[in-house]
Design a protein around this ligand. Structure first.
Ligand code: K2U
Ligand code: ZN
Length: 174
């Protein structure tokens, strides 16, 4: 019997604002069960990244798949950490599966180096620029309870959160 599909939490849910705890060896079975279900939820959204807190699991675990030329390129990142960033920044319109239909320009370091353990427990390091750099920083932000709107001015952040709440109320009203 396959487990129920994961649902993605929508802001403002306190679980999206909590700092996730590091994955430990005893979490192995939980991670092995969760990762394929996170990929299923991400591809269905569709999205190119997903962090465990977005499905209500407070673990430092995220997945990414930019699907270059529509070919799957799944990456599982356990306990990812940014180890270097460029002084140069890049601004890109971002969205978030936890803030549906809300978009805003976010400025972040243009290049980032991330160290993590992969699904097999092997230590890996990625240096990225472009969309992958934004995605990696966006996902690691989720592990620290940071949403893309937290990088905006308070005015813009509140405008987006108010609009999201209104759209969620209208959706609930049917
Ligand atoms: O973490 C998430 O909510 C998934 C994010 C990941 C992301 C955000 C901003 C920039 C890059 C990645 C997106 O909602 S996935 C949807 C998407 C698809 C293509 C390009 C940008 C965002
Ligand atoms: Zn997000």
């Amino acid at each position: 019997m396959s487990p129920a599909p994961l649902s993605i939490l929508i802001a403002p849910d306190p679980r999206l604002k909590a700092r996730a705890r590091p994955v430990r060896p005893e979490d192995g079975a939980l991670v092995a069960d969760l990762v394929p279900r996170m990929f299923e939820a991400m591809y269905a959204a569709p999205g190119i990244g997903l962090a465990a807190p977005q499905v209500g699991v407070g673990l430092r675990l995220c997945i990414v798949d930019l699907q270059p030329e529509d070919k799957p390129a799944p990456v599982v990142m356990v306990n990812p950490a940014v180890t270097a960033t460029s002084a140069e920044t890049a601004t890109r319109e971002e969205g978030c599966l936890s803030l549906p239909n809300q978009y805003a320009d976010v400025t972040r370091p243009a290049r980032v180096t991330v160290r993590f353990s992969d699904f097999d427990g092997k230590s890996r390091e990625i240096t990225a620029d472009g969309l992958l750099a934004a995605c990696l920083q966006h996902e690691i932000d989720h592990l620290d309870g940071i949403l893309f709107v937290d990088h905006l001015s308070p005015l813009k952040r509140n405008m987006i959160l108010r609009r999201l709440a209104k759209e969620q109320r209208q959706k609930a009203a049917g």
